[in-house]
Design a binder for this molecule. Structure first.
Ligand SMILES: [Ca+2]
Ligand SMILES: [Ca+2]
Length: 145
């Protein structure tokens, strides 16, 4: 994502830029929530963001996502509580064993292989904002000044 230098003059844009940079780095993002710690789960694969199906999405899978984003725990919300995504459903029948550092590394049907509709896009609400995440956001804000 390209942002012109003059757009970085406001704090709002700095925050947005930091959030975008963080999303790109982690390859996961939470879309359309009321706060940063919740939203429709989207993963980045082959340069394209796509959603994740709620089928058999467990607390173990949530934990991997939330840790990936810098939180310690969270809850999964089925049936697109944060709205339906557009484009690809990237992952279905996700089954993490809990030791993965990225949701992308968890077992699933295969990229784009699914029997879901966007009405099944999984939502995530992470909890326990970690000190590490706070430091990372601060660092990203400083580096984007
Ligand atoms: Ca389902
Ligand atoms: Ca399925």
């Amino acid at each position: 994502m390209q942002i012109a230098v003059d757009e970085l003059t406001s704090e709002r844009h700095r925050r947005l830029y930091a959030a975008v940079a963080r999303d790109q780095k982690h390859g996961v993002r939470l879309v359309n929530g009321n706060s940063n710690n919740e939203g429709r789960l989207e993963v980045l694969h082959n340069g394209t963001w796509g959603s994740v199906c709620d089928d058999s999405f467990t607390n173990i899978d949530v934990k991997v996502v939330c840790r990936q984003l810098g939180y310690t725990n969270g809850a999964a919300l089925a049936r697109a509580p944060f709205g339906q995504g557009m484009g690809t459903v990237w992952m279905d029948d996700v089954a993490c064993n809990g030791t993965e550092t990225r949701i992308q590394d968890c077992w699933h049907n295969g990229w784009g292989v699914h029997d879901c509709s966007h009405s099944e896009d999984v939502g995530i609400r992470c909890s326990d904002y970690s000190e590490a995440l706070q430091q990372e956001i601060t660092a990203l804000k400083v580096s984007s000044l």
